[in-house]
Design a protein around this ligand. Structure first.
Ligand code: DGL
Length: 280
């Protein structure tokens, strides 16, 4: 119902998409959010387009059965490989276009993109940036070790610093002035990325720019003008859950989290709660 607060569905292959939820919470505190992390089938970043599309469609269907008013594909790999072919009834957005626009706005001549293997292989960021400004140079680098490091909670570990430096070396040697974080997990590494890049490189975070786009569009559509049906809430579903994921969710969101373990292909009539996994 317009004039009320929306229920926003958000999905990612894992918990990294909660960086988008955190941005949405800051910008739209009255909105309620249903988040689905497809942790049983993670990673998407090494899989084919066909598989990523199939997984993404089941995630969309799961959220749409719960009557979301809007939907965010908070996974760079799914946004790069599947967004165009997904069947979604609600207004929806991926993270790729907002990330590319923010990078183009920040860059003066050369953008470095770091992402998963599948996102880099799809060339989707490069295409999106070139469509917006063909004069900009784009260099890409896949960084497959960064997702597991974040999942391990090693954002500030020395090893992470060395690995980040190794991945970024060719991009920095080529003289990038902007670095686009093209994976949902990477905002968690902002500190180390900033240290390695130094003050001359601007970091652009697709989670933050997606939050800004969704806020703009929902406000323009009159979705945020009234009171919500109850206090705004975040409900977290995962296709595989353990204390490790719940802990990571708490770190990203900065608030207590309880994951509900669900079957994304639930049979009809089982809409409801899954088994709960708490952090303690
Ligand atoms: N969510 C993925 C992305 O943003 C990273 C994790 C994965 O490979 O599934 O690209």
């Amino acid at each position: 119902m317009r004039g009320a607060q929306p229920l926003i569905g958000v999905f990612d292959s894992g918990v990294g998409g909660l960086t988008v939820v955190a941005a949405l919470r800051r910008r739209l505190p009255g909105a309620s959010i249903l988040y689905l992390g497809d942790t049983a089938r993670l990673p998407y970043g090494t899989k084919s387009r066909r598989t990523v599309l199939r997984y993404s469609q089941t995630n969309v269907d799961f959220l749409e059965r719960r009557k979301v008013d809007a939907l965010v594909v908070a996974c760079n790999t799914a946004s790069a490989m599947a967004l165009d072919e997904l069947i979604v009834l609600a207004p929806h957005w991926g993270v790729l276009e907002p990330g590319a626009s923010a990078a183009v706005a920040a860059a003066s001549r050369h953008i470095g993109v770091i992402a998963t293997e599948s996102t880099v292989g799809s060339g989707a960021y490069e295409e999106a940036i070139r469509r917006l400004d063909p004069r900009l140079r784009v260099s890409q680098r896949s960084c497959p070790l960064l997702v597991p490091l974040v999942e391990e909670g090693w954002e500030e570990d020395e090893i992470t610093g060395s690995i980040v430096a190794r991945y970024l070396e060719p991009l920095l040697a080529e003289g990038i002035d902007t670095l686009l974080l093209g994976c949902t997990h990477y905002p968690m590494l902002r500190g180390v990325l900033e240290r390695v890049c130094g003050p001359d490189v601007t970091l652009v975070d697709s989670a933050e720019s997606t939050g800004a786009l969704v806020e703009r569009e929902l406000r323009a559509g009159g979705w945020t003008d009234g009171p919500g049906p109850g206090p705004a809430s975040v409900r977290l579903f995962a296709t595989d859950a353990g204390p490790r994921f719940a802990k990571l969710a708490e770190r990203i969101l900065g608030e207590p989290a309880t994951l509900e373990w669900i079957d994304v292909n639930e049979p009809a009539g089982t809409l409801g709660s899954g088994e709960e996994v708490e952090t303690s």
